[in-house]
Design a protein around this ligand. Sequence first.
Ligand code: PXL
Length: 277
Amino acid sequence: MKRIVTMQDISCVGKCSLTVALPVISAMGIEASVIPTAVLSTHTMFEGFTFHDLTDSIQPTMRHFLQQGFTFDAIYTGYLGSFDQLDIAKVLFQEFGKDALKIVDPCMADNGKLYVGFTTEFAHAMKDLCAKADIICPNLTEASYMLDVEYTENYDEAYIQDLLKQLANLGCPKVVLTGISFEKGKLGAYAYDKDNDSFFYYCTDEEPKHFHGTGDIWASTLCGAMMNEKGFEESIRIACDYVKECIRLTLLEKNHNEYGVNFEQAMPYLIERLHKK
Ligand code: PXL
């Protein structure tokens, strides 16, 4: 059985980071080990959230993993809350990454804006972690902050391909930009594989509403699919299809919550989609 270790926070309520990564990766038949970076009462879109930093416990945890001889088939980092945590993630890659697929989702921004608590300096520091990954999956806002280009929603394919090449030049061979649309009513992911200099775009019909936490579900699904040997392009398709189904099911519920999607009841779909030939 394959094993992923994922380093990100626990937001007690909010359906993001570890509370989605754990169930999604497990449902895909992959063991999910965790390195929690912080405990928040909610994700940071709620007013008044509490934040308990766990940085001090991460290095002892890694030392114990090393003593026990644990190995991981993939390392997946999500929301990281400080420069120290970026450095520790690099150590995690160094110590456990030799034979592991290293996936970085540089969670820090969306819709043209940084999340609460992040700065442009942090976005620049995130580039160094991305350089050490095998796959990164920023959204357009995160990519813009990392590359110091102005965020725009008026783009064409040439612009996206240029951004992807700039991201790959940070040092990571496989890059995916999520949330890309060239046509009203469609939404998808645009990828670049530097090793064979090829681009790939996949989109689905766009659901009429966007939700928080879907980026984390997308990245967790990508990791799970890669660990199921689905290959880069099919893993991207599976992640897009599952997120779309999560939103579709959410919107079927009359009084659905606004802070996260119904990924739970979409899990039978995910498992079927994962094994579809
Ligand atoms: O979904 C990304 C994410 C993860 N963790 C925390 C967040 C966010 C986005 O806002 O606040 C704590």
